[in-house]
Structure formats: C-alpha cells, structure tokens
Design a protein around this ligand. Structure first.
Ligand SMILES: Nc1ncnc2c1ncn2[C@@H]1O[C@H](COP(=O)(O)OP(=O)(O)OP(=O)(O)O)[C@@H](O)[C@H]1O
Ligand SMILES: [Mg+2]
Length: 428
C-alpha cells in the first residue's frame, strides 16, 4: 500500500513530525509494518487506529533512514517479524564519554524493547532530554526483527560511530607522537614501577583477548614524584614496549584548552578511538587538573573526569598521567586513577644503573666506575645524572680524550652549583 508522508505536528503527535495515515481498515494498533521507500527499508509499528484512521507515526530519524520527507511516498506492508536473537549496535561517542557504557547498553535495550529494528538504520533514543543516535549494525536473524527482552545486545568499537554522520566531533588536529625509541632498558632502576606498567598496560595492550579482565587491570595510572625522575620516560617506554600509539597532552596543550577545553579533549579522544590501542599521556597533569578554583578549570576538570570514565569502559585506550605536584591535583581526578605510583628520587644503587644507562657505549677511562659516581651524586635525579654525563663527555671531547674521573668530578661540582636547588627540595 502506497502512503504519503504527512505532517503530524498538526495533530497531537507533535514530537513525531511526520505520519503515515491510511483508512484501509487492514491494520491494527501494534501491527508491525515494513516501510519501503525508493532508498531504504525500515520497520515501524501502527500507533493508533481511531475512527478507522490508521496512524503510523514516524519520527524524523525514521524518515532519514528511509530518505523521505514530507509529501514523499512510501510503500507499507504488514509483516510478521521474528524476534531478534542478537542486535549489534554502535553507541555514540559522547554517550560513552558520560561513563555509562555498561548502563548504556541496558538503557538502549529498554528503549528499543518491542520495536522493530533493521540493519543499517539509526534509532533515536532520548537520554537526559537529548536525542542520541544509535546505529543498528547487524541483527540475528537478518531482516526486520523485533527487539525483545531475551535479545542480546552487543556494542562495537565506538570508532565506527565516531565517523557516523551527524555526530559532533572534536575536529582540532591532534598529532600522534612518533613511536618513541625509549624502552624499559633505557630506564635505570624503578623496577617496581616498570613492573606495574608492564603488567597492567603493556600486557593489556599486547593481549587484547584479556579485555574481559580489564576491569581488574589498571587502565589509568598516575605517576608522581620529583622532577627528572623518569616519569615522562616511563610513559614513552610503555608506548614503545606495547607498540601502542602515544597521544601527548602537556602544558602547551593545556593553555589552549583554557579557550577550547571541551573541543580539545574531545579531539584527543576521537583521535585515541581512531588509533586503538593507544596511550593518552597527560604530562604535568597538575597544570590543568588542579584543585578547582574557577569556572574554566572546572569545565576542564569535568571533561577529564568524563574522559577517564570513558576510558575505563573502552578497550584499548589507556591513560598515563604524570605530575610532580600530586597535592595540587583535583581530588575527584586523583580518585579516578586505578593506581597511583610514586617515582622516587634514585637511591645509590639506582643512580649506579642510571649512570650505566647514560654511559653505555661511551669512551670511558678505566678509573671511572658507576658505583663511584653513584656515591658522589646523592640527591641527584635521573635528569641530573644525564646532565652530568653530558657535561663530562663534553669536557673529554674538548681534550680529545676519553672521559675520566676528573671530568666527572668537575661536571658534578658545576652541576650541583648551577642547579638552583636539588630536585628533592623542589618536590612538594
Ligand atoms: N631512571 C632513569 N634512567 C635513565 N635516565 C633517566 C631516569 N630518570 C630520568 N632520566 C633522564 O632524565 C631525563 C628527564 O627525565 P623525565 O623527563 O622522564 O623526568 P620527569 O620525571 O618526567 O620530570 P618532570 O617531572 O620534570 O617532567 C630523561 O630524558 C633521562 O635522560
Ligand atoms: Mg616529565
């Protein structure tokens, strides 16, 4: 039966916008119909039958699915659809950003219960007064099927949805950091920190089949400790060791965020979703996630919280954040990290290994031992050690010889004099 699309706003169904009306006497309220336009097919139910008038309400999303507008025609036919065993959907990114993915599936299932669904169509679902578009990717069995209580819903990577038409996107360009060269073996000491990062993030990325147990792994890790202790280095090494992409957010980004925070953060996450597995690294997170003191940081903090909730429910995205001012971080953000790990100043043994790392393959005289160097550099961070090694090597180069202990002693003296304060004093 060929029916034309009429304006429903003139009737009581104001929010439906369009209506298919017939007085065929063939349909009853609740009948399931197959509506076919020139472009597409979808399912709908007969809404009411009043005084012989059969009204099939269709909303504008259904019209979009069919590619029809007011005045167009569509063929309508009563069908006897099967119940759906499985419905696979993609859920809009921003819906997930609210940290309700697990609930989301249930909410969507409830809203679609009793309704006919068809592969490829988008369904509008009102949540918190906002319309969200859910895409039906696949159904078992195929064809127009009715979603019922026993139907299993599964969602696919939000990645596909982020490309879906009509969804707002963060479209600020976000660069991926080229895979860093740093590996765990370039980091002296910090064995327990490396182990935590390896067990949780590296193994999580390398074994995606473990995704079912991500719930018990830490997907968001906060590293804190004095400056120059290797926090940034650790995040880079995790990316290298896991082969995951690294998206960096640091102070330079934060300043821009103050103007366009939502957009920035959304863009980071869109990029992360497109590049799973991916590590989002928030360097010096205290610069942006500090205790709320005004409207602007407030929005940013809220966004970061949303983002973190989102990550928890999305496979393949991990967050590492670093700070040397943990006390300044908003408590709500702090609480959201699955684990918080301290990256301390190196002890003597660790300083020894850090010297070892920085003097690998360098032309060193026999009198130089890393053990001796470690005992001369109490209070020094890994970054201090790097600087000392560079200075000593430069001195040797000037003299066109190998690096000897005298070069180191001078370098240590110079460095500890030029550094305003040792890292241990600045921390906290
Ligand atoms: N454990 C370490 N092993 C080897 N090198 C280290 C270690 N810790 C720091 N370094 C050296 O110090 C440099 C700076 O370290 P990094 O940037 O990772 O410190 P950070 O903890 O992020 O400091 P900040 O808090 O100032 O950002 C590194 O590039 C590296 O050369
Ligand atoms: Mg750093």
């Amino acid at each position: 039966m060929r029916l034309s699309v009429e304006d429903a706003t003139k009737e009581i169904y104001a929010n439906h916008k369009v209506i298919l009306k017939t007085n065929s006497g063939k349909f009853r309220a609740g009948d399931v119909l197959r509506i076919q336009s020139d472009n597409n097919v979808c399912g709908a139910t007969v809404h009411t039958v009043e005084n012989g008038d059969e009204k099939i309400l269709i909303d504008k999303y259904l019209c979009d699915n069919l590619g029809i507008k007011l005045g167009d025609v569509a063929d309508v036919e009563k069908i006897n659809p099967k119940y759906a065993d499985i419905v696979e959907i993609t859920v809009p990114e921003e819906f997930l950003m609210e940290g309700v993915e697990k609930n989301a599936i249930n909410i969507i299932k409830n809203r679609l219960s009793g309704k006919p669904v068809y592969k490829g169509n988008k369904e509008a679902i009102v949540i918190k007064k906002e319309v969200r578009l859910i895409q039906i990717n696949e159904t078992v069995p195929p064809g127009i099927v009715i979603s019922v209580n026993s139907t299993k819903f599964r969602s696919v990577a939000a990645k596909r949805v982020s490309k879906a038409e009509g969804l707002p996107q963060g479209d600020i360009e976000v660069p991926l950091i080229p895979t860093p060269k740093t590996s765990f073996s370039d980091i002296g000491g910090l064995e327990n920190v490396k182990q935590e990062l390896r067990e949780n993030i590296v193994d999580g990325i390398k074994n995606p089949e473990l995704s079912g147990i991500y719930d018990i792994l830490s997907k968001t890790i906060l590293l804190h400790g004095p400056p120059g202790t290797g926090k940034t280095l650790l995040a880079e090494a995790v990316a290298t060791e896991s082969g995951a992409k690294l998206i960096l957010t640091g102070t330079e980004t934060y300043s821009k965020w103050l103007g366009e925070s939502e957009e920035r953060i959304r863009s980071k996450f869109s990029k992360a979703i497109e590049n799973v597995p991916c590590i989002l690294f928030f360097d010096e997170i205290d610069a942006i996630a500090h205790v709320r003191d005004g409207r602007i940081t407030d929005t940013v903090v809220t966004q970061i919280i949303k983002a973190m909730d989102y990550v928890k429910n999305t496979d393949g995205i991990f967050i590492i954040a670093a700070t040397n001012r943990i006390d300044r971080i908003d408590p709500a953000i702090r609480r959201r990290f699955d684990s918080t790990i301290e990256v301390p100043l190196p002890n003597k043994k660790t300083r020894d290994t850090i010297f070892d790392v920085h003097l690998r393959n360098k032309p060193i005289e026999k009198d130089v031992t890393t053990k001796k160097l470690a005992s001369l550099t109490g209070d020094c961070s890994g970054s201090d050690i790097e600087t000392i090694c560079k200075k000593a090597i430069r001195k040797a180069m000037h003299e066109k010889g190998n690096v000897n202990m005298a070069h180191f002693e001078e370098a240590i003296k110079e460095h500890t004099h030029t550094t305003r304060e040792p890292a241990s004093v600045m921390y906290g």
